[in-house]
Design a protein around this ligand. Structure first.
Ligand code: FAD
Length: 414
């Protein structure tokens, strides 16, 4: 059965929403595809990491959303206020109502400093810095350019966060930055995490902890922050540990969009519960959540958005043509970890397989190395900005399989 002329409404025109709109428009040309976002500013968020170190310019990572959306996709600019799943409609803050046959929620996740007492305040974006927003990354660049040594503390509030390796990357790049400026000797670098190790999974945690200690970076684990004391320049945990800082760089609690919670569609962090293989809402058949907005148990990353959209599209076409959905997203994530000195590591994993050491994509050849530093990995990470703007967002095929492969991975004895 062919499907005829229905309406897909996509909430959010970031990484996932842009890909969804472009791909559906191409595959189902008689459908009407509309996308809603609050503004016309699309940031390449992985670039936020490089701005504080002067390694990328703000202008290189910010573009108009419209230019990445196919001309036939309707773009609505407005703040999403509420979804009415039974009535199949969405209300914007200005009162406009948009109906849909199918809805994709792709409104991502964002840092919420107001959720931790004392984090916001006079010193926000000064001695309490962050790089998870454009403004925060630019402000931190100015702080670091004036930094003359002391205690530099990289802190993560709670998981999940988008790009969970970014705090580690920041720490490695800070180490490199300080060495180049002759400031490393007079700086104590501290990595503070709510986890019991440097990362979530055992092999990656072991390899990444080793990289921290190789660089003389102190690791503080199991730190659940209760408040920031801006006056005394300390962060305080629930078990009353205190960590002093001269410059704090924090990743605030990340949460999904508030309208998700208001509409009764989210969990306690406003993430939409979905079937982890089909990305379909567990409560409403006509709703899907893609990208960071869902509760799937894998990294919140652009690579996950990319792989999951590819699998989702095949299922969506089957669904609207009246067939059962037969494709299963495996949770595939692929993350480069900048480690300084022009090198990076690569992590490749899915729901069932943790990040392992090895070669990628070809055993013994690579050219990329898994969980080990290499120059090729770093070049891969840098190249990705161009791929993002020119191929990924427009929905062009990248030739990367959506499903994770075990080829080249070293399986360790447990
Ligand atoms: C510092 C940093 C480094 C990163 N590095 C990497 C990396 O190296 N590799 C990688 O794969 N990923 C990386 N990521 C993660 C990646 O950027 C995200 O996972 C990806 O952008 C998620 O896409 P998304 O479409 O789900 O959300 P987004 O791209 O964030 O888009 C969400 C959209 O929804 C809109 N929106 C939200 N609420 C509303 C509302 N109420 N009304 C209207 N519009 C709304 C927003 O304006 C936004 O445009 C990084 C992220 C950060 C912050």
């Amino acid at each position: 059965m062919r499907s005829h002329g229905k309406r897909l409404l996509v909430l959010g025109a970031g990484t996932a929403g842009t890909m969804v709109a472009n791909k559906v428009h191409k595959r189902l040309p008689d459908w009407s595809v509309s996308v809603v976002d609050r503004d016309d500013v699309h940031d390449y968020q992985p670039g936020y990491l490089f701005i504080p170190f002067g390694k990328q310019e703000p202008g290189q990572i910010r573009k108009s959303r419209r230019q990445f959306l196919a001309a036939a996709v309707e773009v609505v600019t407005g703040e999403i206020d509420r979804v009415d799943p039974e009535g199949q409609k969405v209300t914007l803050a200005d009162g406009e109502v948009l109906g849909y046959d199918y809805l994709v929620i792709a409104t991502g996740t964002s840092p919420r400093p107001e959720q931790t007492p004392g984090m916001l305040g006079e010193e926000w974006h000064r001695s309490v810095g962050e790089f998870y927003t454009y403004d925060g990354a630019v402000a931190l660049r100015d702080r670091l350019s004036r930094f003359r040594g002391g205690r530099l503390v990289m802190h993560t509030t709670e998981l999940p966060i988008k790009c969970p390796v970014a705090p580690l990357e920041f720490t490695f790049l800070a180490d490199d930055f300080l060495r180049q400026r002759g400031l490393r000797e007079q700086t104590e670098l501290v990595f503070v995490t709510p986890l019991d190790g440097a990362f979530t999974k055992p092999v990656a945690s072991r390899e990444l902890s080793a990289e921290l200690s190789k660089r003389g970076i102190k690791l503080e684990t199991d730190f659940l922050i209760e408040r920031v004391d801006q006056e005394r320049q300390v962060i305080v945990s629930y078990d009353e540990r205190e960590i002093e800082y001269d410059q704090l760089v924090t990743v605030p609690l990340n949460m999904g969009a508030d309208f998700v919670g208001r509409s009764g569609l989210g969990d306690e962090l406003n993430y939409v519960p979905v079937d982890k293989h089909t990305l379909q809402s567990t409560a409403h058949e006509t709703i899907f959540a893609l990208g960071d907005a869902s509760n799937i148990p894998t990294s919140k990353a652009g690579s996950v958005a990319h792989f999951s959209v590819e699998v989702w599209l095949e299922n969506f076409v089957e669904l609207v043509e009246g067939r059962p959905m037969t494709h299963m997203f495996d949770g595939h994530a692929n993350c480069f970890v900048e480690s300084g000195q022009g090198k990076a590591m690569l992590l490749d994993f899915n729901y069932d397989v943790e990040p392992l050491t090895g070669d990628f994509p070809l055993p013994g050849v690579g050219p990329l190395r898994l969980l080990k530093e290499s120059r090729a990995n770093h070049l891969g990470k840098l190249a990705f900005r161009h791929i993002y703007w020119n191929a990924l967002l427009p929905g062009r095929p990248l030739g990367l399989p959506a499903a994770m492969s075990m080829t080249g991975k070293h399986q360790e004895e447990k």
